[in-house]
Design a protein. Structure first.
Length: 153
């Protein structure tokens, strides 16, 4: 075995099943990541999942759907808008296509937090879309999603 290439044993993980709600509705095809407040608990890995059509997800840390180590987590969510045309070249900022406009994309600023306990965990993540009030600007009035506003400018 080469020096520095020994296997690091995985930490004990516990099943985490969840559902993602945005504005009270189940959200399909969103990416969820649990960022440990103590990175040593996951050896620097973030448990991740992608929501299914029904808004449900299962976390993966070391192997498919194995769960997450117990602990406190900041939760990030990105929910790409697949109705927007894809750029022909590499998009420099994936958050330009995030339906949540990056509101929950940074583990340092997200307002979503979860505690994973030993045993099976069921979590509901409740996020809110970003809304911007616009009054009589470029023909718009009322409360519209920022992305819709930009699209219709």
């Amino acid at each position: 075995m080469a020096i520095g290439c020994e296997d690091i044993p995985s930490r004990q993980v516990f099943r985490v099943d969840g559902r993602l709600f945005v504005d009270g509705n189940l959200a399909a095809n969103a990416n969820v990541a649990f960022h440990p407040l103590d990175p040593m608990k996951t050896q620097g890995r973030c448990p991740v999942g992608t929501t299914r059509q029904d808004g449900s997800f299962e976390l993966t840390t070391y192997s498919m759907h194995d769960g997450a180590p117990p602990g406190e987590y900041a939760v990030t969510v990105t929910w790409l808008d697949d109705s927007m045309p894809e750029d022909e070249c590499e998009c420099p900022d994936v958050l330009l296509h995030d339906r949540l406009l990056g509101k929950y994309a940074d583990p340092r600023t997200t307002t979503l937090w979860v505690t994973v306990l030993p045993g099976e965990n069921q979590v509901n993540i409740c996020a809110e879309s970003v809304r911007v009030g616009v009054t009589a600007f470029d023909g718009f009035s009322g409360d519209v999603r920022f992305a819709e506003y930009l699209e219709n400018r």
